[in-house]
Design a protein around this ligand. Structure first.
Ligand code: CMC
Length: 448
């Protein structure tokens, strides 16, 4: 039987080392024994962007990027999208099993009864400028919740930890909806305990003065499915941040704020916003070939909503979303004119060697923006709509980290490329460096 080990010969010294292989991986710290001499720190690995480094063991989400497979706790995401509700999925992610009816009832009751926020949160949100981006408000406000629940810092206490997890899942829609209302200059709407998680979010965001606020049940369901599809995605950028901040034992409110900040970026959760802006800029099907040409030449930026670090096949979430988009367009009664631009982009990209050879396929963000647009949700809100459901995934991953005996504070190494030791230069002897002069020349003038 072949041995589950790796033999490494260090050509600098001629010495050989045998390190164990477990689950298809070697431990980076096993390389430290490989030294040129006793003074040597030992061999390290260099992996910017974690291209080939596992940072944890996890039993939550499984992705096979080559086959386009995504499963939460073993269940294929399309089956969950077909049969479950978002809260069922949140329960599954956090607890590892699908809930029984009574477990789900209790979980739903707990979430529903934690949707209100302290009145000072309302004044906090009121303090933002009238044109503040809702994602910026969400990041700041969820972080501010840390000051309302000081006991949250006891992250190793099961009861306390679980209470904050419920609070976070419950309050994210309230904060998200209020961020939107503030940016629209509209009064805040308080949560309604009679509504489902997703309907309540739409109610807080959209209600004006209707005596009875009603949304088509299939629209509520469509948003719930989008929430399911966005709930977790193993060690993505924001989850890595959640774990990184959590590894210092910071409380979950500031950790979720940090994770949401990572999600905000256009290469991650901000991509859905970027996709819609891109589709609007392209404007019509006729402009698609020229746009694709620009992307390929490198001058036109990237084709947003395409490509993924892990998926080298069609993102399974994009498949479900594309179907969902058709259903939503049927209900709202009109197709977005941008849909034809998106379809044409997809058609060309999937047959163009540039995209095919790089295995660039549509990802979750390519079609989700069109659904949000059809629901008349402004583009600024798109990353916020991603952050709401991803909260359950972040929290499941955060708790898994805290309970994992192998985990330590996240602290990577570096290859130092700066100066060796230098003697301090007194102010009178310093010369203006060319770097500073260049920076001053090229920096934009502040006008505001
Ligand atoms: N358009 C054009 N070229 C692309 C794209 C794209 N969207 N994505 C990757 N490439 C090219 C890239 O230029 C590179 O080409 P070359 O080998 O000639 O240098 C090659 O494909 C590999 O790209 P990479 O940047 O090394 O790949 P990565 O794994 O580091 O990046 C990604 C993954 C998602 C950041 C990237 O594909 C991208 O920027 N996509 C657009 C933004 C986007 O849609 N993000 C949402 C991701 S899914 C949801 C989420 O995570 O939140």
């Amino acid at each position: 039987m072949p041995k589950e080990t790796l033999t490494i010969t260090d050509n600098r010294t001629g010495k050989s080392y045998e390190v164990p292989i477990t689950d298809g991986t070697i431990r980076a710290t096993d390389l430290r024994q490989i030294k040129v001499d006793d003074q040597d720190f030992g061999l390290m690995t260099y992996d910017p962007g974690f291209m080939n480094t596992c940072s944890c063991r996890s039993a939550i989400t499984y992705i096979d990027g080559d086959k386009g497979v995504l499963r939460y706790r073993g269940y294929p995401v399309d089956q969950l999208a077909e049969n479950a509700t978002y809260l069922e999925v949140a329960y599954l992610l956090i607890n590892g099993e699908l809930p029984t009816q009574s477990e789900l009832d209790e979980f739903t009751h707990n979430i529903t009864h934690h949707t209100f926020v302290h009145e000072n949160v309302r004044t906090f949100i009121d303090g933002f400028r009238y044109d503040a981006h809702p994602m910026g408000m969400l990041v700041a406000t969820v972080g501010a919740l840390s000051t309302f629940y000081p006991e949250a810092k006891h992250v190793l206490d099961h009861e306390i930890r679980r209470t904050q997890m419920i609070r976070l899942i419950a309050k994210m829609p309230t904060l998200a909806a209020w961020s939107y209302r503030h940016s629209m200059g509209m009064p805040f709407v308080y949560p309604n305990n009679e509504l489902s998680y997703t309907e309540n979010f739409l109610y807080m965001m959209k209600r004006i003065a209707e005596p009875k606020f009603e949304v088509h049940p299939e629209i509520v369901r469509a948003l719930d499915v989008l929430f399911i599809l966005h709930a977790d995605h193993e060690q993505n950028c924001s989850t890595n941040v959640m774990r990184g901040v959590g590894s210092s034992r910071a409380d979950p409110y500031v950790a979720v704020a940090a994770a949401a900040a990572a999600l905000y970026g256009p290469l991650h959760g901000g991509a859905n916003e970027a996709v819609l802006r891109m589709l609007r800029e392209i404007g019509s099907v006729n402009n698609v070939p020229a746009f694709i040409k620009e992307v390929k030449s490198g001058v036109g930026g990237r084709l947003m909503g395409f490509g993924h670090r892990v998926y080298k096949n069609y993102d399974p979430r994009a498949r479900v979303i594309k179907r969902l988009a058709d259903q939503v367009f049927d209900i709202v009664g009109k197709k977005s004119p941008l849909l034809s631009v998106a379809l044409e982009l997809e058609r060309i990209a999937l047959s163009d060697d540039y995209f095919v050879s790089r295995k660039l396929y549509p990802n979750v963000d390519f079609y989700s923006g069109l659904i949000y647009e059809a629901l008349r949700i402004p583009v600024d809100m798109f990353p916020v709509l991603f952050a709401i459901p991803r909260t359950s995934g972040w929290l499941a991953q955060w708790e898994e980290l805290l309970l994992d005996k192998e985990q330590k504070i996240a602290r990577p190494r570096q290859i130092y490329t700066g100066y060796g030791e230098r003697k301090f230069i007194p102010m009178s002897e310093r010369k203006r460096s060319s770097v500073t002069a260049e920076a001053v020349k090229s920096s934009p003038r502040e006008t505001d």
